[in-house]
Design a protein around this ligand. Structure first.
Ligand code: HSE
Length: 422
């Protein structure tokens, strides 16, 4: 057998994913040596606190000085500190030292991905970011390599494990806050969980995937974003009873020369491919001209699934099997989509008579609806709820009716609005 090439990793950050990476390299080092002909080891590991317990991590490698990780004999720098700074500076320094870099940092990729990729290309080194989107699912690689011969038409996915975990727990009757606490305990949620539940994490991932799929740069504000805050176990149960699952869905569609991008909770028929995705799992449904529809499914959060993606980048770069990446330099035109279709709307009202002004505002605009009270009543602990299911209408028309209803003064809390997919 050929001699394995020594390959040294400088690791920045030893939180959940960092410790997962150390564990995975220790566990599968000889497997990787056999498969790829590279022998991986760590030079230095940046931590914030030297005294914290980290089972299986060699304490002699720990440092609190980033330059000791970046400016040493390592071949590749892995950034797992997260956030924009100092992560951005760390990667820029690594590239400036002509080191390859790997990151799982989707927030950084969503804001600076293009300039970091340009910097890597101009230094003749690689920047891997498979772990930035959907953790263990090799979706970046699929778009860059496996589907390179396709023109991509659309992406629809469940891209945030925390939202999906919460919505799954709510089918079992958990309330929102309890389900979120569980997701935090299990380590799926971001340090600031509002990034998950308000939809920004999924929007960042959708932007990264869309730039790869549609070959261009997207202005971050082009994604229409809504999160899952305000959805109750009553909504989830009511949807379930009617044959729907509430899912937080991210969608990017190419229409001729423009892309529309949106992230929001949606009622999916239980027969839809994304409806059965449970817990912290993610799924991405790609539609492309040659392969048709293709579904990628797996763990989208967690230490080992993320470490698996980081390790895939390291091994590909180390074994020099990575195709050169061409960084697109055009801006993609984007347009918001005025969704036309059915919607689920739940109002919180002072009195049951509020149905009068609600119905009037909708009927004035030609929006017909079915009252969902019969089936929803038993689902809501809070009695003063009116749920409706509109027939097909433009979302701008529905929004105009909702503004009128809100101005009429009959509402007493947040109105939840979700499109219903067919
Ligand atoms: N907070 C993220 C999620 C982690 O819940 O999907 C993985 O990106």
């Amino acid at each position: 057998m050929n001699e394995a090439r020594q390959y040294k990793i400088g690791l920045l950050g030893c939180g959940n994913v960092g410790r997962g990476l150390v564990e995975l390299v220790n566990r599968n080092r000889s497997l990787i040596r056999e498969r790829a002909g590279v022998d991986l080891s760590f030079t230095k590991i940046l931590v914030r606190n030297l005294d914290r317990e980290r089972p299986a991590v060699d304490r002699s490698l720990l440092t609190i000085q980033p330059e000791k990780v970046i400016n040493n004999e390592c071949d590749i720098v892995v950034e797992l500190v997260g956030g924009l700074e100092p992560a951005r500076t760390f990667i820029q320094e690594a590239l400036a030292h002509r080191k390859h870099a790997v990151t799982a940092n989707k927030a950084l990729l969503a804001t600076d991905g293009s300039s970091l990729l340009q910097a890597a290309a101009s230094q003749g080194v690689q920047l891997g970011f498979e772990a930035g989107v959907c953790a263990g699912i090799p979706i970046v690689r699929a778009l860059q390599n496996g589907l390179v011969g396709n023109s991509i038409q659309s992406i629809a996915g469940i891209l945030n494990g925390t939202c999906n975990y919460i919505l799954t727990r709510m089918i079992d009757g958990f309330e929102f806050g309890d389900a979120l606490r569980e997701a935090q305990d299990q380590g799926f949620a971001e340090a600031d969980p509002s990034l998950d539940i308000d939809g920004h994490d999924a929007a960042q991932k959708l932007k990264i995937l869309s730039e790869l799929a549609f070959r261009g740069n997207i202005y971050p504000g082009s994604v229409q974003v809504r999160g899952i805050r305000g959805i109750t176990a009553g909504d989830v149960a009511a949807a379930h009873q009617l044959g729907y699952a509430i899912k937080h869905v991210a969608i990017a569609e190419m229409h001729e020369q423009t892309v529309s991008l949106r992230v929001h909770p949606t009622l999916l028929p239980q027969t839809h491919q994304l409806a059965s995705v449970r817990d912290e799992n993610n799924a991405v449904l790609i539609k492309a001209d040659a392969v048709g529809e293709m579904l990628f499914y797996g763990k989208g959060a967690g230490a080992l699934p993320s470490a698996s993606a980081v390790l895939a980048d390291i091994v590909e770069i180390a074994s020099q099997k990575r195709p050169e990446m061409r960084v697109p330099d055009r801006a993609l035109a984007t347009e918001p989509l005025d969704h036309t279709g059915q919607s689920y709307v739940r109002f919180t009202v002072e009195r049951a008579t509020a149905i009068g002004p609600i119905a009037a505002a909708l009927q004035e605009r030609g929006v017909t609806f079915a009252r969902a009270a019969n089936w929803a009543k038993s689902q809501f602990k809070e009695k003063r709820q009116i749920s409706i299911f509109t027939h097909s209408c433009a979302s701008s028309t529905l929004q105009s009716a909702l503004r009128q209803i809100s101005a009429s003064g009959v509402l007493r809390g947040t109105t939840v609005v979700m499109p219903v997919a067919s």
